[in-house]
Design a protein. Structure first.
Length: 288
């Protein structure tokens, strides 16, 4: 058994089954639905979540209970020397700041990574952490390396419906009504700290084109890698995997040689944007 345990949360999109295969621990994020508590991938599957969303249930997200986190750390530290804890971006949730405060009494044995990522880019950070641990890096070194790369990622998301942005207060009812009338497909971006508007499209085809061109621009201008050879390029979606696989083909045509991984967006993101969303993301590869 290695000396460094890797912990993340289900915002990464890593399932409990995948975590077992990787030898890591994934904390299931809690959801409150009609007053009942559910935990992602424990007693709430992707399919069940979208069923409850379609039923119009009152759904809200929350942070893991403090005691659950520290109990987990204590249990792991009876088996490992130290822990690398990788929560979702501090710009999108207070769970990172909470974890950082909880880690203070552990005298450096728990290293909390604030690397400003979520969903597929957070997943890449976890995979990088596993690789670094296998190469003998200690927890503090892994945290430093991940935080050094924290802004070396980009996500663009097409939202299929304005209903959930309106429900979450991210747009006004008037804007939502007008956007629905005009059949607008907003394209949002996550560049580390928060979810922002990027562009407006009238069709899914146009939105996909906007996202691919934005990713090409980022690869060339932000990362100095027009072909994306030193970047992971991933596809994500909410509910509709078939549409995501079609989008994968288009992205791979734009980036020859890429083999894009397709994964569902984490439910914490899905809760705010609803079904039918598509996303493309890139993350910088660590130099060997």
């Amino acid at each position: 058994m290695g000396k460094t345990a890797i912990v993340t949360d289900s915002n990464s999109g890593i399932t409990q089954a995948e975590a077992k295969e990787l030898g890591i621990t994934v904390i299931a994020m809690p959801f409150y639905i009609q007053g009942t508590t559910y935990h992602e991938d424990i007693n709430l599957t992707q399919e069940q979540f979208y069923e409850k969303l379609a039923e119009g249930g009152d759904i809200s997200t929350s942070m893991p209970a403090v005691g659950d986190v520290t109990d987990l750390w204590d249990r792991l530290l009876s088996q490992y020397d130290e822990i690398v804890h990788i929560p979702m971006s501090s710009g999108l949730s207070s769970s990172c700041e909470t974890a950082y405060m909880l880690a203070q009494p552990y005298d450096g044995r728990v290293q909390v990574v604030n690397n400003q990522r979520i969903s597929v880019t957070q997943r890449r950070s976890v995979m990088d952490a596993v690789t670094l641990a296998e190469k003998g890096k200690n927890a503090a070194e892994i945290r430093e390396l991940l935080e050094r790369e924290k802004f070396e990622s980009s996500i663009y998301i097409m939202v299929d419906t304005l209903k959930y942005l309106k429900k979450g207060g991210r747009i006004t009812p008037t804007a939502a009504a007008l956007g629905t009338l005009l059949r607008i497909k907003p394209v949002l971006q996550i560049q580390g700290e928060k979810l922002d508007a990027f562009a407006k499209a009238r069709t899914v085809k146009q939105a996909k084109s906007i996202m691919i061109k934005a990713m090409q621009s980022d690869c060339k201008n932000r990362f100095g890698d027009a072909g994306g050879s030193n970047l992971y390029i991933d596809i994500a979606y909410t509910k509709d995997r078939e549409e995501a696989l079609l989008f994968k083909q288009e992205v791979e045509e734009a980036f020859p040689g890429q083999n894009c991984i397709v994964n569902p967006l984490s439910l914490s993101v899905s809760c705010h944007i609803g079904p039918g969303a598509l996303a493309v993301a890139c993350s910088h590869k660590f130099a060997e």
